[in-house]
Design a protein around this ligand. Sequence first.
Ligand code: SF4
Length: 401
Amino acid sequence: MLKLNHLDYYRLPWNLTDNIINWLEPTSKCNLYCEGCYRLNEKDGHKTMEQVREDLDVFQKFRISDGVSIAGGDPLIHPDVIEIVRDVKKRGLKPIINTNGLALTKELLAELKKAGVFGFTFHIDSKQGRPQWKNKNEIELNELRLHYAEMLAEAGNISCAFNSTVYEDTMKYIPEITKWAHKHIDIVHVMVFILYRAVNNRDVDYYLGSKKIDMGELVYNEDPETRTDIKAPEIIELIRTEYPDFEPCAYLNGSEKLDSFKWLLAGRLGTKQKIYGYMGRKGIEAVQMFNHLIYNRYLAYATPKDARKGKLMLLMGAFDKSLRKTFFKFYKNPLNIFRRLYYQSVMIIQPVDITEDGRQNMCDGCPDMTVWNGQLVWSCRMEEQLKYGHNVKTYPKNFMN
Ligand code: SF4
C-alpha cells in the first residue's frame, strides 16, 4: 500500500479552542436511515429554538470558529431551520447545512438563502436506502449529486460540498466520483470521502470504568464482513489511477497515532477539461495564516466566488513549489489567460479508528465538536454520552481479565 509521510504536508492549525467549524445538532430526527450514521434516529428529536441558541452560546464560549455545520439528523426537517440559519449568520458565523437533501425544495432554498445560508454539504452514497435510488451505485448517484449542485448554482453564490461514506465494496467507485467532481469543478467546491467507521471493533473490548460494555447496544454497529481498516493513503492510491499527480497538501493527525491521517486535504486547480496542478503545503499554510491574521479565524469554506479565483491563487507560487509548477503548466498555453481557473478541495476523513494496541484514535483538533450538557464533546461519539454519560474506553481483547 502507498506510504505517505505526514511530515511532508502542512499540519492544519485547527485545535479545540480555535477551529474552523462547530457541529450543531438541532435534531436527531432524520428522513433516511443511512448505514454509516452515528446517531440514533429519534422521532421526537427536535431541539427547541431556545436549546439551539444555548448550544450556539456554548460554542462561542469555548471556541473561535468560522462556521457552524448545521447537522443532525437532518436539519431540513426541523421546523425552525430558517430561524437557526438566521441566528448563526447573526452571530457572524457561516451557516453550512449538512443534509441528505431529501427535503430541499427550490422554495426552501430561496428562504434559506435569504436567511444567510453560506453552503450545503450533501451526504449522498449508495447505502442510504433513498427512495427512488435504491440499488443504484455510486456512479448512478452522480445524477442526483448533479441535481443538487445545479440547484445551488442556479440560486447563486452558495458553496456546494458532497460527502460520501466509503465502504469496502464502494471504494472502487472513488476514481469515477473524483472524475465527476472534476467535470463539475465550476459548481462543486468540495468533495469529501468519509471512510467507514471502525467502532464495535472485534479486536477490542469496550469498558466504562471496570464494567464491560456491549457496543451492540449503540447505533454504530459494525458489519463483521466489512473492512474497517481502510486508510487515507489507500484512497489516494485509488484517485491516482485517474489523476497520477494527485497530491494532498495538508492534514490533521490522529490523537493516538501521530503519523496517521484523520483529515487529509488536497486542493486542485483546473478547468472542466483539465486539472493543471495542486495546492502545496506553503500555499495552504498561507491561506490559513492570512485568514487568521486578518479575520481572527481559520478558514472553513471558501466562497464560490473565491473558488473561481484560481489564477489569483497561482500568485502564491512565489513561495509554493507546487503552485509554481501549476502556474507554468497553465500558462504554457497563452490562451489560458482568457480562461477561468477553478479551485476544488478533495478531503478524506477517517473517523475513530482503533490502533493495534487497542486505543481509539481520534482527530487531533476535532472540527466537529458538538454540545452535550453544556460541554463540547466529539459529535461522532455522542451516542456514548447519551447512553453512558461518558465516552467508553477500549482495550485489546481479554486485556482486562
Ligand atoms: S473526532 Fe469524530 S467528530 Fe471529530 S472530526 Fe473526527 S470523526 Fe468527526
